[in-house]
Design a protein around this ligand. Structure first.
Ligand SMILES: Nc1ncnc2c1ncn2[C@@H]1O[C@H](COP(=O)(O)OP(=O)(O)O)[C@@H](O)[C@H]1O
Ligand SMILES: [Mg+2]
Length: 246
């Protein structure tokens, strides 16, 4: 098969829950190294889209190619392997409260690394990921001892530890104060540079979008309504688009 130029390519994706037709012939593609934002109102299907991309939920119809794999054809074991290359930052950080920061970061290694690899390389990997998010000093702390912004950074470090090729961010700045949100956005930019990762960023935080996006897709009524740069979208006079900028 000819390798495609897209990291993720989705065409005519449909997903309903009963009568609720959430995604309707949704199309998108993610280019190598790109930070692509999906902008949509609350309840518009952004999280559903991300869950379809990692097959946490099954699409009703449509094609989803991730790193040149047609995920509809893949079983659980094959998806587990693919997920090693896909970092997913959940909306809730989903840290384990009973584990230290170190143990939280080591957790993904249990599934994806051998025992020998973990014994020889885990500590170095943990410390590198923590340095990337500026929190080396928290390695022995418990999540409850950290602020919301710090927990978000730890969750991000846990995503980075497997050196993912694609990172999916679900509302990375929602619920954070403006200064902390800005720090997280800056971190996302530095991660894009350092890891050369390609990212899908779900957000309705206009500051985060302005800072991090190379391109923005507006998810409106289940469709890819407009895809453009932030600067161009800002000038778009379509009421459905311009209302995001009010
Ligand atoms: N597992 C599910 N079962 C039924 N409905 C769901 C499920 N997940 C999401 N939905 C519905 O799909 C729509 C989109 O949800 P979601 O993707 O979470 O929105 P958001 O854009 O805020 O992330 C909402 O109407 C939500 O109620
Ligand atoms: Mg959501």
């Amino acid at each position: 098969m000819e390798p495609s130029k897209s990291i993720i390519a989705i065409s005519k994706l449909n997903k309903s829950f009963g009568e609720n037709h959430v995604l309707r012939d949704f199309d998108m593609s993610l280019a190598p190294g790109e930070n692509l934002v999906i902008l949509g109102k609350s309840g518009s299907g952004k999280s559903v889209l991300i869950k379809c991309i990692i097959k946490l939920i099954d699409a009703d119809s449509g094609d989803i190619m991730v790193l040149d794999h047609d995920i509809s054809m893949m079983d659980q074991d094959e998806m587990d392997l693919l997920r090693k290359d896909i970092g997913f930052l959940f909306q809730s950080n989903a840290l384990y409260d009973s584990m230290t920061v170190r143990e939280n970061l080591e957790f993904p290694l249990r599934r994806h690394w051998t025992k020998e690899q973990r014994e020889s390389q885990a500590e170095e990997a943990v410390m590198e990921a923590l340095e990337d998010v500026g929190l080396s000093h928290t390695v022995n702390m418990m999540p409850a001892e950290l602020s919301g912004g710090m927990r978000k950074r730890i969750a991000l470090a846990r995503t980075l530890i497997l050196k993912p090729k694609v990172i999916l961010y679900d509302e990375p700045t929602t619920g954070l104060d403006p200064i902390t949100a800005r720090e997280i956005s800056e971190l996302m930019i530095s991660i894009q540079k350092k890891y050369k990762a390609s990212s899908v960023i779900i957000s309705h935080d206009m500051n985060c979008i302005r800072m991090t996006s190379n391109r923005v897709i507006t998810l409106i009524e289940g469709r890819n309504y407009v895809a453009d740069t932030y600067e161009n979208l800002m000038k778009n006079t379509d009421p459905k688009v311009s209302e995001f900028f009010r």
